[in-house]
Design a protein around this ligand. Structure first.
Ligand SMILES: [Zn+2]
Length: 146
């Protein structure tokens, strides 16, 4: 049975993040005035109030700041995947930038979530962008040695 399409609500602020994800690049919005990174994307820098920004290439490296494992009841598009992990990853460039995702086996195509007992707070991860039928290309994470 085909899974229901997952749609992401796009706006002019977050659109670029997903466009870069579709190109397998992790980019974070940075202020062109004070140089600080910010996420989620927004039109004005919260520190210096500049409206000048650009999308900076990140290393793709980070570590697990927190995680949870989901169980039913869940919304229909997610039910067939349960149980699966949801992680909060702090990126190497700025630990205040924390991104939500899943830790998956490192594959170009398809999703296989790693088992919950493989996850730990502080574990190093790397950004991956697997192709998954029925959804846009999204940032996910793969465990790194260490
Ligand atoms: Zn700024």
């Amino acid at each position: 049975m085909p899974e229901q399409m997952i749609e992401i609500p796009m706006d002019k602020e977050n659109e670029a993040f997903f466009e870069w994800s579709a190109k397998e690049e992790l980019r974070i919005q940075g202020c062109d005035s004070c140089d600080r990174l910010r996420f989620p994307p927004r039109p004005i820098c919260p520190w210096c109030h500049s409206t000048d920004s650009s999308w900076r290439v990140m290393s793709g490296r980070g570590s697990i700041w927190s995680f949870a494992v989901t169980h039913p009841p869940l919304l229909e598009p997610f039910l067939s995947r349960a149980p699966y992990n949801v992680v909060v990853v702090e990126i190497e460039e700025d630990p205040l930038i924390r991104l939500i995702g899943n830790v998956v086996e490192d594959r170009k195509v398809g999703l296989e979530f790693v088992k919950p007992d493989e996850l730990r707070i502080g574990a190093p991860v790397r950004a991956v962008f697997p192709v998954v039928e029925g959804e846009p290309r999204l940032l996910r994470w793969a465990l790194e040695p260490g």
